[in-house]
Ligand binder design. Structure first.
Ligand SMILES: *Cc1c(COP(=O)(O)O)cnc(C)c1O
Length: 433
């Protein structure tokens, strides 16, 4: 079977919350000295998501309106066998990929955007602010707000704003208001620009700008596209569907791979399988892949740090490169974040995850090979997962093992063509690592 499909009825009715099954308790967020960031949280987040953030319930019901929108937006997403890639590599391994690129906004991000917009609307909120790197999260939240009849303001990291102009157009089609960050719109943005008018921006700075606005206005909340526990949980619809899909073909993945920016597509696809591993019922290998130019899990420190550049957020215990880290302008804008989900960080620290990194040149090569053999053009972020899947499949070629490899296909690259253009013309090195 090359395409393993579920029906609308199979959209999960509950999200899986890994908090209840972690090997040790997740360290709580902290205020920095003399500051009250934790108190800020209830000003900028909905009651619904804050409750989920700290919940210890193993399963949390997906509200009916959210589940219906999941269905209308095309969930469940199909699982594909990458037969063409297997043949190109001449490997005995079986490679599968979960098609999150088939969401109307082109990535997995809509899974959390819908839930976050729903809970904000329930609190009577009129507008959401957010950050976006490559534009995937901003696009998803713009659509979710449009579906819920709310306004949306997006701070888009300046380099991506320049690299991916058509992302802005889609957000505007969905009525999102897009600012290049750092912007003149906020006090923090002005401060950064006064020090460096040509600042390329960072996700940390864009988060500070979006939060500043949400703290200032009563009818505005802030929404984060990754990192936090509730975002990881919303994404578990991916992995819960995957469980059923692998049951249908009577297989279990031996290796599961995803790229990591803040950790949400990895967590969403893997946590329902990680549950079995944490209980000692599975030997599945979990691999994360990040850019070697932003090596959070492979080279960062496991310590308390802010989620944003300015210190509006509480400090989270996570792998971090430091909140003032400015990643080189690689095309995988969604992977240029200084920190990492505290849940993913804990699991990595405890040895349940094998973190890897890869250079921009290597991953684009793998992305092009994938497109040529499977037809789908991957997002620059997704090419990182493809790199590890190819490496694992080539190992199987040497050993003769017929492993089942699953990679999460987090998004398509049809709006990232500048990166592919640079790769084809041999100009990629000048733009990043
Ligand atoms: C945002 C994004 C990522 C990285 O974010 P995670 O939270 O780690 O999933 C990866 N791929 C795509 C296509 C994205 O849009």
């Amino acid at each position: 079977m090359y395409k393993i499909e579920l029906s609308s009825d199979d959209v999960p009715k509950k999200w899986y919350n890994i908090n209840s099954d972690l090997p040790s308790e997740i360290p709580m967020p902290q205020n920095s000295e003399g500051k009250q960031q934790i108190e800020n949280l209830s000003k900028v987040f909905s009651k619904g998501v804050l409750e989920q953030e700290f919940s210890q319930e193993r399963y949390i019901a997906i509200p009916k309106p959210v589940r219906e929108i999941y269905q209308r937006m095309g969930r469940p997403s199909p699982l594909f066998r990458a037969k063409g890639l297997e043949e190109k590599l001449n490997t005995p391994a079986k490679i599968y990929y979960k098609r999150e690129d088939l969401s109307p906004t082109g990535s997995h991000k809509l899974n959390s955007a819908i839930a976050q917009a729903y809970y904000a609307k329930k609190d009577g909120i009129e507008r959401l602010t957010t950050e976006t790197g490559a534009g995937q999260w901003g696009t998803a939240l713009s659509l979710a707000c449009s579906l819920m009849d709310m306004d949306c303001t997006i701070y888009m990291v300046k380099v991506s704003y320049d690299q991916k102009p058509f992302r802005k157009v889609i957000m505007e089609v969905y009525d999102g208001k897009v600012h290049a960050s750092p912007s003149e719109n906020t006090e923090y943005g002005k401060k950064v620009l006064s020090e460096n008018p040509n600042h390329p921006g960072s996700l940390g700075i864009a988060i500070s700008e979006a939060m500043e606005e949400a703290i200032e206005y009563d009818n505005v909340y802030y929404s984060l596209g990754s990192v936090l526990n509730h975002v990881m949980m919303h994404q578990t619809v991916i992995g819960l569907e995957l469980k059923k899909q692998f049951e249908m073909i009577e297989k279990e993945p031996d290796v599961m791979i995803a790229c990591v920016g803040g950790g949400s597509n990895f967590s969403g696809a893997m946590f329902p399988f990680m549950k079995d591993k944490l209980k000692g019922n599975s030997d599945c290998q979990f691999i994360t892949v990040e850019p070697s130019s932003c090596p959070t899990l492979t080279k960062g420190n496991y310590e308390y740090d802010f989620g944003d550049a300015n210190g509006f957020t509480p400090m989270l215990k996570m792998f971090t490169l430091g909140h003032d880290f400015i990643a080189p302008s690689v095309h995988a804008g969604g992977l240029r974040y200084h920190g990492m989900s505290p849940q993913v960080s804990l699991l990595s620290k405890e040895g349940y995850i094998e973190p890897r990194s890869a250079s921009q040149e290597e991953v684009f090569k793998c992305g092009v090979l994938f497109a040529k053999s499977e037809g789908v053009l991957p997002a620059p972020e997704t090419t990182h997962a493809i790199k590890a899947a190819i490496d694992e499949a080539l190992k199987c070629k040497e050993t003769g093992e017929e492993k089942t490899i699953m990679m999460n296909f987090s998004g398509h690259g049809l709006l990232d063509l500048k990166g592919y253009e640079n790769f084809i013309s041999g100009d990629l090195l000048s733009t990043g690592d």
